[in-house]
Design a protein around this ligand. Structure first.
Ligand code: AMP
Length: 203
C-alpha cells in the first residue's frame, strides 16, 4: 500500500488483510510497539519517530525481515518507503522466488490530509487508529485515546515533505514493473474500500 500519511493506508490495509487472510505488516505500528516496550532499540526509534524522520534502512530491514520470512503473504503498509528499501525488498523477493502481486497507490490531494491527520487518535490499549469525526472510537475499545507525537503540525509537515521527496518516486519504480493500481482515496472509508477491492478484482 502506497500513499501519503492520512490517505487511509492502514485502514484499507486492514480490510485487505481480513479479506485475503494475509497479515497486515504496518511498519509504523511495529515501530510504535517497540517504542512502547521501552527497549534500548525503542528509545533510538523514538528519536526518529517523534520528529517525523525516517528510521535508517538497516534498522527497518532488521525489524521487517523476520516477519516477511515467517509468512507466505502480507499486506505491506509503510514499507518500502524509499528507493533503497524498495530495492532491498526486490532482492529479498527474488531470493524467495515470490514476486509482489500488486501495489495499490492511494491518490489524494494535500488539503484533506492535514484535517484527517489532525483529527486522528490512537488507542493506547489496543493500538487501533480512529478519527474523532469520521471514524470515532467504538465503546468496546477502552482507550485511552491519544494523538500521535508525529501528528502534531510540525511532524505532519515533515512527513508529507519526506513522502513527496522519497516515497512518491516509488510509483515510477513499480509502474515500470507494471504493478500499480491507482485508487482515488478522496472519499469515505467505505467508498475507498470498494474502489480498492474493485481495482484488485476482489469486488
Ligand atoms: P507511519 O505510521 O507509517 O506514519 O510511520 C510512523 C513513523 O515510523 C515514520 O514517520 C518513521 O519515523 C517510521 N517509519 C515507518 N516506516 C518506516 C520505513 N519503512 N522506513 C523508515 N522509517 C519508517
Amino acid at each position: 500500500m502506497l500513499g501519503p500519511q492520512g490517505s487511509g493506508k492502514g485502514t484499507q490495509a486492514e480490510f485487505l488483510s481480513n479479506r485475503l487472510h494475509a497479515p497486515h505488516v504496518a511498519m509504523g505500528d511495529i515501530i510504535r510497539r517497540e517504542i512502547r516496550a521501552g527497549s534500548p532499540l525503542g528509545e533510538t526509534l523514538r528519536q526518529y519517530n517523534d520528529r517525523g524522520e525516517l528510521v535508517p534502512d538497516d534498522t527497518i530491514l532488521e525489524l521487517v525481515g523476520p516477519i516477511l520470512r515467517a509468512n507466505d503473504n502480507w499486506i505491506l503498509d509503510g514499507f518500502p518507503r524509499d528507493l533503497a528499501q524498495a530495492r532491498a525488498l526486490d532482492a529479498f523477493l527474488q531470493d524467495e522466488h515470490h514476486p509482489l502481486d500488486r501495489l495499490v497507490a492511494l491518490e489524494i490531494p494535500e488539503e484533506p490530509l492535514t484535517e484527517r491527520l489532525a483529527g486522528r487518535v490512537q488507542s493506547e490499549g489496543t493500538g487501533a487508529t480512529y478519527h474523532l469525526i469520521h471514524n470515532p472510537p467504538p465503546p468496546e475499545d477502552p482507550g485511552p485515546f491519544v494523538q500521535r507525537a508525529d501528528d502534531a503540525p510540525k511532524g505532519i509537515r515533515r512527513r508529507l515533505e519526506l513522502y513527496h521527496k522519497l516515497t512518491e518516486p516509488l510509483k515510477q519504480h513499480y509502474e515500470d514493473q507494471g504493478l500499480i493500481a491507482h485508487v482515488d482515496a478522496n472519499g469515505s472509508i467505505d467508498e475507498v474500500r470498494d474502489r480498492v477491492f474493485t481495482a484488485l478484482g476482489l469486488g
